[in-house]
Design a protein around this ligand. Structure first.
Ligand SMILES: Nc1ncnc2c1ncn2[C@@H]1O[C@H](COP(=O)(O)OP(=O)(O)OP(=O)(O)O)[C@@H](O)[C@H]1O
Ligand SMILES: [Mg+2]
Length: 393
């Protein structure tokens, strides 16, 4: 298969001008140095094969839109090259390509001509565009009176009706209502069946997993992950883990008692992972007191890094284990008899608290990594009941 889009070692530098309140004299002295270089993209390379769909993900400001604009030819890379084959339609920023003073109808013709359609071709596609957008009554209104949802509807409708071989879509879909989003997704799937090439920028990670063949994750302008949507989305979730939750506090507590060390002990006695699925392991927590404590409770929680869901936890008091009064150090071991969850990364939270008042002495949230792998093994014979039914046809 040939590549519909080749992005080769693309970097993009923006100049940032910082405005600080300074005296005229300082301004004169420092006028030259106030411009700073900012690299929105650094050495980005990947291909999109003809007829495949690529999901482009990354946090706000990671460079997705900049990259898409470079692919669309709207921005020029500072270095590197983009090669592209086939007629391309791009749905970038909200209302980009729409003239606010022109009516919806005029904008359809204007946009279609940008995308290479003749007037007659646009005449033929016009009704289908308006119907897809669902804006029959608004086509004679000026675009400046359109809501953001209406702009997206019209933009998408034009983009999919100009018969593009390559379609670039930046996030904007999220603006439409649910029914329109479903309609767009259905159209995207039809495009895929027709063998067209799609690059989709979105924050909807499940959409990427559902419809894309491959994915690229940008982080601070660099390619952070590239490969199957499942793997790349998982990487994205690891990155988000520490940041999704506004109230995320990595470490907290009053520190009468402190977590001094946490080790994961694997079946061979080593503290080096990974763990093989279904194997046992031990979470070993060393606690140090800063003043005598007699009501200590220790707990752990394991979170699935791929889904952000807790999968396993344990607490000394719940198991009827009393840690007792102590001043100094004590070691608590949680022996997990088997870890039945799928291969991947898991994050462990450890907490010390008062079993009487619940007060937190020391909590380390999602601090320790448990990596689980699966080894192929010979499947054993088991007795699975099979029922048999016979029916006249
Ligand atoms: N014209 C510009 N001049 C200066 N900096 C810019 C310009 N355009 C983008 N940037 C910066 O480049 C970085 C990447 O921006 P970009 O819009 O590509 O991010 P994004 O991944 O699309 O983010 P989002 O998810 O919020 O849409 C940001 O730090 C942004 O401020
Ligand atoms: Mg963007």
């Amino acid at each position: 298969m040939t590549a519909a889009i080749e992005v080769a070692d693309v970097s993009k530098k923006f100049r940032l001008f910082r405005e600080r309140p300074t005296s005229v004299k300082q301004r004169l002295l420092s006028a030259r140095s106030r411009a700073e270089d900012f690299w929105a993209l650094r050495n980005v390379s990947f291909d999109v094969l003809e007829g495949t769909s690529l999901g482009l993900i990354g946090q706000n400001g990671s460079g997705k839109t900049t990259l898409l604009k470079i692919v669309a030819g709207i921005l020029r890379p500072t270095s590197g090259v983009v090669r592209q084959r086939g007629r391309m339609a791009a749905l970038l920023e909200l209302g980009a390509g729409f003239h606010p003073e022109l009516t919806g109808r005029e904008n359809v013709y204007l946009n279609a001509s940008f995308l290479g359609l003749s007037r007659r071709e646009t005449d033929r596609a016009y009704d289908a565009i308006v119907e897809f957008a669902g804006l029959e009554e608004f086509m004679d209104n000026q675009a400046k009176f359109y809501s953001s949802g209406m702009l997206v509807r019209l933009g998408f409708a034009v983009a999919v009706h100009v018969d593009p071989e390559v379609l670039l879509i930046d996030e904007v879909l999220a603006v439409g209502d649910e029914a329109f989003q479903a309609k767009c997704l259905e159209r995207i799937r039809r495009f895929q069946r027709e063998g067209r090439t799609i690059v989709l920028v979105t924050h909807a990670l499940d959409t990427v997993r559902a419809i894309c063949d491959r994915a690229v994750m940008l982080h601070q302008g660099r390619v952070h992950a590239l490969g199957s949507p499942d793997d790349v989305v998982r990487e994205m979730r690891y990155l988000l883990l520490g940041q999704v939750d506004e109230g995320f506090v990595p470490e907290e507590g009053t520190r009468e008692a402190e977590i001094e060390a946490v080790d994961l002990v694997y079946p061979n006695g080593s503290t080096e992972g990974p763990l093989v699925r279904d194997d046992p392991f031990t979470i070993q927590v060393d606690v140090r007191t800063n003043e005598p404590v007699d009501d200590l409770d220790v707990d752990f929680e394991i979170l699935d890094g791929a889904t952000n869901h807790p999968v396993l936890d344990g607490r000394a008091s719940r198991a009827g284990v009393t840690i007792g009064r102590f001043d100094g150090k004590r070691r608590v071991r949680f022996h997990v008899s088997s870890f039945p969850y799928t291969a991947g990364k898991y994050w462990i939270t450890i907490g010390l608290s008062s079993r009487e008042t619940g007060r937190l002495y020391h909590v380390q949230t999602q601090r320790y990594l448990l990596e689980v792998i699966e080894v192929p093994r010979v499947q054993e014979r088991v007795d699975v009941p099979v029922t048999i039914e016979v029916e006249d046809l």
